[in-house]
Design a protein around this ligand. Structure first.
Ligand code: ZN
Length: 184
């Protein structure tokens, strides 16, 4: 089932999401939600989707940077962004730690909840995330490059933050169309 993705202005996108209990994670409701979020993310298409984006203020995220997303991107752009394939996985109740605040990179990014726009955002290059997986088991993720950016972006959603809050120069906010036309 495909879910509707909330657009900026929906109050749920600006609210802090709550944690899930192990019992809830194992419930049909959450297991179905994960499956619907996966379908919705793939359909969009997107590399990540947080539960608030489909109207549920829960600390639940799905991530998948698929190989088919990379075929139309120049290898040097992929290398510059340190973007690699990330298999589908689920993140629940995450705690994110930035390894080195000084080690940051600035790139354009977008959001399925601000459809059609991108803006330049500085993000940490390396992060460590501790969380639960879809079975309620503890997981520790060490990520760098684009994957670290995806994690920071999605975990921001759980705090009611959007990437536009982090744009250092608001003049870099633009339509995707004009980004490809003038700035890529
Ligand atoms: Zn987003």
């Amino acid at each position: 089932m495909k879910l509707q993705i909330c657009q900026v202005g929906e109050p749920v996108l600006r609210q802090a999401a709550r944690e899930l209990s192990i019992e809830e994670i194992k419930s049909d409701f959450i297991q179905n939600l994960i499956s619907y979020m996966k379908t919705t993310m793939h359909d969009a298409p997107g590399v990540g989707l947080a539960a608030p984006q489909i109207g549920e203020p829960l600390q639940l995220v799905v991530i998948n940077d698929r190989p088919e997303y990379h075929v139309n991107i120049a290898p040097e752009l992929l290398a510059q962004r340190e973007r690699t394939v990330v298999p589908f996985h689920v993140i629940i109740n995450p705690k994110l730690v930035i390894e080195d605040e000084e080690d940051g990179v600035e790139f354009f990014e977008g959001c399925l909840s601000m459809k059609g726009y991108v803006g330049k955002v500085r993000r940490a290059r390396r992060v460590v995330v501790t969380c639960l997986n879809e079975l309620g088991e503890p997981v520790k993720i060490k990520a760098k490059g684009w994957y670290a950016r995806i994690l920071q972006h999605e975990i921001d959603h759980l705090k009611g933050n959007l990437y536009v809050d982090r744009i250092s120069d608001i003049k870099t906010l633009m339509t995707m169309e004009n980004y490809f036309k003038y700035w890529q």
